[in-house]
Design a protein around this ligand. Structure first.
Ligand SMILES: Nc1ncnc2c1ncn2[C@@H]1O[C@H](COP(=O)(O)OP(=O)(O)OP(=O)(O)O)[C@@H](O)[C@H]1O
Ligand SMILES: [Mg+2]
Length: 357
């Protein structure tokens, strides 16, 4: 177990800077997820922690020791990739043992460690098989086993589940979480999948175009997104963004001549301002028509089993709004629904800076 401290890390390829000063303090035993869209710099950051990529500026420390110039093999780190490339001609046992053999462990120690890992990963029955005789999920577990036997201080994962089908991904996600609870090894996990991030991470680092937009627990980020980017990135279906003007006393948001909705009392200092309101689809509820309800003209509805996702438009606004209502609703096109959202669930953002108000 180790603490990993990332301070002002930048990365440039030639003239192009792709990471612009990342800071994160990862605690001993923590499971941190680095999440963001394709190309934002996640793998680059992870590879710098592993020592596979040179650091342009800043420092990375593991347990108070700066590792910038340390060889990957001296960092006491193990990494699982998306393409985990098991050795096809070796058995499961050999695949897990190989790294230890290279490090000159005794046969007895190797057997003990591999047996332990196999038990933990439920691979005991499969130790004599070759990789081609395994399912995708089993192969993924062998790749994990290869890392576990080394008993590293830090685990790094780069999209390790993205080659698996949706069902297996959910199952492996659970297994990873359980494994972490038992081993308690500091883990840094990269994914572009926000659901994976929310369900796996103790804390998330949301990266956008080489900047860390926000760091926090899944609940922090869901309840108090610091920027429009984080607000729109986490949550499915995505948060709705609606332009509005705040009344002079800060108590109402005016969406159009006919639509005004009440705000939380803490909104007083943005009286008169143009803002972007953020409302999550699941925070709308159906109500009777009233003077502060949102009249949504239905475009279409999707049944998702436990709930219904409604797409529709507000008067004078062409953008589709999404509402997620529990249970099944049979709603025909062009019907007008009256929605409300509790003021504490209405987020305010500055449209110019994208920052939360
Ligand atoms: N060797 C390289 N030379 C030049 N540019 C590079 C190199 N490696 C990565 N990049 C650029 O750096 C940026 C970050 O790449 P990175 O692989 O870290 O993205 P990522 O967030 O892991 O994306 P993905 O989700 O697609 O894996 C990208 O714009 C990429 O084109
Ligand atoms: Mg990547």
């Amino acid at each position: 177990m180790a603490r990993v401290l990332i301070e002002n890390i930048t990365k440039s390829y030639g003239e192009t800077e792709v990471l612009h000063g990342i800071n994160t303090d990862i605690q001993e035993g923590e499971f941190i997820v680095i999440v963001g869209p394709s190309g934002c710099g996640k793998s680059t950051l992870l590879r710098m922690i592993a020592g596979l990529e040179e650091i342009s500026s800043g420092t990375i420390s593991i347990d108070d020791r700066v590792v910038n110039n340390l060889e990957p093999k001296d960092r006491d780190i193990a990494m699982v990739f998306q393409n985990y490339a098991l050795y096809p001609h070796m058995t499961v046992f050999k695949n897990m043992a190989y790294g230890l053999q290279l490090r000159k462990f005794s046969r007895k120690d190797i057997k003990k460690r591999v047996d332990q890992a196999a038990k933990l990963l439920q691979l005991e029955e499969l130790l004599d098989r070759k990789p081609r005789q395994l399912s995708g999920g089993q192969r993924q577990r062998v790749a994990m086993g290869r890392c576990i036997v080394r008993e590293p201080k830090v685990f790094l994962f780069d999209e390790p589940l993205s080659n698996l089908d949706a069902k297996l991904r959910v199952q492996m996600r659970l297994e990873l979480r359980k494994l972490h609870r038992r081993l308690k090894v500091t883990s840094i996990y990269v994914t572009h999948d926000q659901v994976e991030a929310m369900t796996l991470g103790d804390r998330l680092v949301v990266i956008n175009a080489g900047y860390a937009e926000q760091i926090g627990t899944p609940l922090d980020l869901y309840e108090k997104p610091a920027t429009l980017f984080v607000a729109g990135f986490l949550g499915s279906p995505a948060m709705n963004f609606i332009k509005a003007q705040i009344s002079a006393d800060g108590k109402q948001a005016r969406l159009s001549d006919s639509v005004q909705i009440p705000l939380h009392t803490g909104s007083a200092d943005c009286g008169g301002k143009e803002v972007t309101l953020g409302i999550r689809p699941e925070h709308f509820s159906l109500t009777e028509q009233g003077h502060s309800t949102l009249p949504l003209t239905v475009d279409h509805a999707e049944f998702h089993g436990a709930d219904t996702i409604i797409y529709g438009r507000l008067p004078g606004n062409d953008e589709l709004l999404t509402a997620r209502l529990p249970h099944i609703h049979h709603i025909s096109q062009d019907k007008v629904l009256h929605l409300t959202a509790a003021p504490e669930h209405i987020h305010l953002f500055d449209p110019a800076s994208g920052k939360r108000i």
